[in-house]
Design a protein around this ligand. Sequence first.
Ligand SMILES: *[C@@H]1O[C@H](CO)[C@@H](O)[C@H](O)[C@H]1NC(C)=O
Ligand SMILES: *[C@@H]1O[C@H](CO)[C@@H](O)[C@H](O)[C@H]1NC(C)=O
Ligand SMILES: *[C@@H]1O[C@H](CO)[C@@H](O)[C@H](O)[C@H]1NC(C)=O
Length: 347
Amino acid sequence: MDIRFLLLFYILPPTSIETCPDAVCQNGNKIIRFPFRIQQSQLQPKSCGYPGFDVSCSNHGQIRLKVPYSEGEFSIQGIDYTSQQLWINDPKNCLPIRILSLNLNGSPFSGVYYRDFSFFNCSSQYLKYRYIPIPCLSDSNHTVFATPSRSVFRHLSSVCSFIRTVRVPVQQPYYEHVLTSDLSDDLRLSWNSPPCGMCESRGGRCGFRTNSTGDIGCAYFPSQGISRAVRYAISTCAGVLATLGLIGLMYYIGGKCGRAQTVVRPEPEPAMLSGLDGLTIESYPKQVVGEADEGTCPICLSEYRPKETLKTIPACLHSFHSHCIDAWLHLNASCPLCRTSPPNSLT
Ligand SMILES: *[C@@H]1O[C@H](CO)[C@@H](O)[C@H](O)[C@H]1NC(C)=O
Ligand SMILES: *[C@@H]1O[C@H](CO)[C@@H](O)[C@H](O)[C@H]1NC(C)=O
Ligand SMILES: *[C@@H]1O[C@H](CO)[C@@H](O)[C@H](O)[C@H]1NC(C)=O
C-alpha cells in the first residue's frame, strides 16, 4: 500500500473522547485532526472525523477535499481549528473555473464573506490592457473577466457576452476598488458544526465521546505547575520522538512539533492585504487636469474634468484620479491597470 501520510503522535488517551492520532500528509506540513481525518488512514478511523470532513493526501503532500456537489477536489491551503475556518484553492491552478461551478450545498462549509462576481467572455483585444483578465479561461481570441463592480459590469455588458454572476466566498470584505479580478486567491470558508473552536482555543482536543451517538467532547490534559499548553507541547513532542524516532526528531527540529499545539494558519496573501504606506503614496507625482486634457479614470470610470488632481505611478506612468488611486494603493501595492508593483520610492 502506498502510504502517503505520516502519523505525528498519539494523544495520551483521555477516557471521555475517542483516541485519535494527529496526522500530516507526507511532504506536507498541515496537521490533520478532528473534525478532519485522512480517509485512507487506518489509524484515523471513521470515528476520528466528523461527517463531511474527510480529506486525502496528494502525491505532493497537499491535502485534498471533496465537496459533494462540486466536481473534482480542492486543495486545502490552511486550516484554523480555533476559528473553524479553512482556505481552499484549485490544485490545477484555475480557481475561476471551479468558482463557476462551486456548490457548497451538502458540505459543512460556507463562506465567511461573499462577493458577487460577474463573468464576461470578450472578443475585443483592447480590454485586456484595461482590466485584469482570467488567463486560464482566456485564449488568443477571447478574454474572460470577472468583475464585482457595477460600472465595469455596465461597460462589459455592452461589448462582451455575459457568462453568469456567481457568489464568491472571498477572503476579505472590501472589494470597493477592485475593477476585475483573476480570482486566484484562496477561497475562505468556515464551518459551524462541530463547534470545536472553543475547546481548541483552550488547548483541549475535540472528538466524539466514547460510547455515545454523535456527541462531541473536549479533552484537556492535566496541568500542574506549568501551563497546559507547555505541558501539552512536551507530551506531544515526547510522543513524536517515541513513536517516530528519527522522523519525529526531524519534525521536532523543524519546529513542526511545536506547531502541533498551535493553530495552523494559512500563508498570508500579500497581494490582497499589503498596500503601500501613506508617505510613499504621497510621494507620487501629481498633476492638475487642464482644459484640453481628455480621458477616463480606469478606476472610477468617470471622465477627467479640468482642475481635478491626477496622480501617476512612477514605475509604469499610468495616471488616475488622485483620490481613486490613493484608496487603491492603500490596499494593493500594484498598479490596477498593469499590476506593476510600484517600487517603494522611500526605501
Ligand atoms: C468564449 O466564447 C468563445 C466563442 O463563443 C467560446 O469558444 C469560449 O469557450 C468561451 N469561453 C468561455 C470561458 O466561456
Ligand atoms: C483565433 O482566431 C483565428 C482566426 O479566426 C483562428 O485561426 C485561431 O485558431 C483562433 N485561436 C483560438 C485559440 O481559437
Ligand atoms: C463502551 O462500550 C463497550 C461495549 O459496547 C464496553 O465494553 C466498554 O466498556 C464501554 N466503554 C466505556 C468507557 O464505557
